[in-house]
Design a protein around this ligand. Structure first.
Ligand code: MG
Length: 159
């Protein structure tokens, strides 16, 4: 059995007039992540963790933010496409863990919904996907609710 770990990171500005979609879940919040796709920083970080573990470069090289095909794209579809590549190489997701740092939308009340959706997207049990929200202790622009930063790790196994 081979094991591989991958790390992903993403940052998006939070702006008015954008839907707030994080981890494939719609939040009721007045600002949302700016981006070429739907801006789902949680799925972007998670996808990079998956691709990193499998040695498959990164999200930006698979789905360029200059490619009109991905304008407004549902990031769940990008994750599904990346997962297909990972699985085609014989890898299976063991678990993923995610930290969301923002003083925009509150993560804790949505945690269970996010975990269920992420488990569905990854094809794993809910206890194999964890999400943690962190505030920023009033430090910097992110702390004024201006943005969101996400870290994700993902473990893969291959028999
Ligand atoms: Mg992104």
């Amino acid at each position: 059995m081979s094991l591989r770990v991958g790390l992903g990171f993403d940052v998006h500005r939070l702006v008015a007039g954008r839907p707030c979609i994080l981890g494939g879940v719609r939040f009721d919040h007045p600002t949302g992540p700016e981006g070429h796709s739907d801006g789902d920083a949680v799925l972007h970080a998670l996808t990079d963790a998956l691709l990193g573990a499998a040695g498959l470069d990164d999200l930006g090289s698979l789905f360029s933010d200059r490619d009109p095909r991905w304008k407004g794209a549902d990031s769940a579809k990008l994750l599904a496409a990346a997962l297909e590549l990972v699985r085609a190489r014989g890898w299976r997701v063991v678990n993923a863990d995610i930290v969301v740092a923002t003083e925009g939308p509150r993560i804790a009340p949505m945690r269970a919904t996010m975990r269920a959706r992420l488990a569905e997207l990854l094809g794993v049990d809910v206890d194999a996907v964890n999400v943690k929200g962190k505030t920023l202790e009033g430090l910097g622009a992110l702390a004024q609710g201006a943005g969101i930063a996400v870290q994700a790790v993902c473990l893969l196994e291959r028999p």
